[in-house]
Design a protein around this ligand. Structure first.
Ligand code: ATP
Length: 348
């Protein structure tokens, strides 16, 4: 099922949680809504689910108005961060629940329910846990049950709100791989809300970045990382070094140093650079100079913390990446060359 959100606005009192949001979600897509806390992700998800109504705007499922349909009529499955499973029901019964409460004319026979739940248990790889109770499961296992329960009603849309948020890093990583594979098998149109950029970039076909109630960029993980549309996105996705720059007759200057050329007109700008886009050179070669403050091994590379000389900006102390074969000492003077950077508007 495809979903269209058009000009959706939602206020809570005088606070605008969503401001004229437009979004198209293609049938069978796994889309991630990514943004900081309070950016409106959950509100948008709840409006799509039918748990909340917009003040204005439209939501369409396969071109049909969805706003006049109840949650049940929308055929959506949910998994939340703390999806309370029924404590007094076994895993099997938790998953079967949605099937048992269906109106009589839609209800499957007991034999069909058992077969269906068994298939789901296999699908989410917890076949051996069918008779356990929620208290006897790990957090990761509980979320698998929650997902199987959401899938039991064969929803047309699957809504996942920070489903792995409460789990530790290792389990999270395993579960998101697994979710990706599950999605490749089922192709249910799915929306995953997360504030974890790695999770969004890892799992989703497309990532929607939200900031203060608006969508600021939509694209593949790579697009968003390589071509951030705004300084907010550059800062939010991946690591950034941020420097104050002046644009002067085609020169991009940081302090006195010319770090590159531009076609923009004279003025001020904020310069964003990724740590791996900085090359360490000798102090004579570098347009920028600084002193090594700390060194930390990181796989085949090392992270080098450098205090820049005579620089104003948000990042006087910067961390860059260099090969391990580059021998550096604390206190050593180095030069820095910016191989790639982006310019955004200066703060007013
Ligand atoms: P988080 O990652 O923290 O869940 P989010 O991006 O999902 O954040 P929302 O939960 O959509 O953000 O909330 C957006 C804003 O709307 C927040 O500032 C929140 O306080 C506010 N808000 C949400 N629901 C209500 C409500 N029922 N009444 C008043 N304000 C609300």
């Amino acid at each position: 099922m495809n979903i269209d959100v058009a000009a959706v606005t939602k206020q809570f009192g005088t606070f605008t949680a969503l401001n004229a949001v437009d979004l198209h979600i293609a049938s069978g897509e796994l889309l991630a809504l990514l943004g900081p806390s309070g950016s409106g992700k959950t509100t948008l998800l709840r409006i799509i689910a039918g748990l909340e109504w917009p003040d204005s705007g439209e939501v369409r499922f396969d071109g049909q108005d969805a706003l006049d349909r109840s949650v049940r009529e929308r055929d959506v499955g949910f998994v939340f961060q703390h999806y309370a499973l029924f404590r007094h029901m076994s895993v099997f019964e938790n998953i079967a629940f949605g099937l048992r409460v269906k109106p009589r004319r839609e209800r499957k026979s007991e034999a069909e329910i058992r077969a269906h739940v068994s298939r789901l248990l296999e699908l989410v790889q917890i076949g051996e846990l069918a008779d356990r109770f929620p208290a006897q499961l790990s957090g990761g296992q509980r979320q698998r049950v929650a997902l199987a329960r959401a899938l039991a009603i064969e929803p047309k849309v699957l809504l996942l709100d920070e489903p792995f948020g409460a789990l530790d890093a290792k389990v999270r990583k395993d579960l998101r791989r697994w979710l990706r594979h599950l999605h490749e098998e089922l192709h249910v149109t799915s929306i995953l809300v997360t504030h974890d950029q790695e999770e969004a970039l890892d799992v989703a076909d497309r990532v929607v970045v939200m900031d203060r109630g608006q969508i600021v960029q939509v694209g593949s993980a790579q697009d968003i990382y390589e071509q951030p549309a705004t300084s907010f996105v550059h800062d939010f996705i991946g690591e950034s070094i941020v420097l104050n720059a002046t644009l002067d007759q085609g020169a991009v200057r940081v302090g006195e140093a010319e770090v590159g050329r531009t076609e923009r007109s004279n003025g001020r700008a904020r310069l964003f650079v990724r740590p791996h886009d900085v090359s360490l050179v000798t102090p004579q070669e570098g347009p920028l100079t600084g002193e090594v403050r700390a060194l930390r091994a990181l796989g085949p590379n090392q992270r080098v913390e450098i205090a820049l000389d005579d620089i104003t900006g948000e990042s006087r102390l910067v961390e860059v990446e260099a090969g391990r074969n580059r021998h550096l000492g604390i206190g050593e003077k180095v030069g820095l060359k910016l191989d790639r950077y982006r310019l955004f508007e200066a703060r007013p």
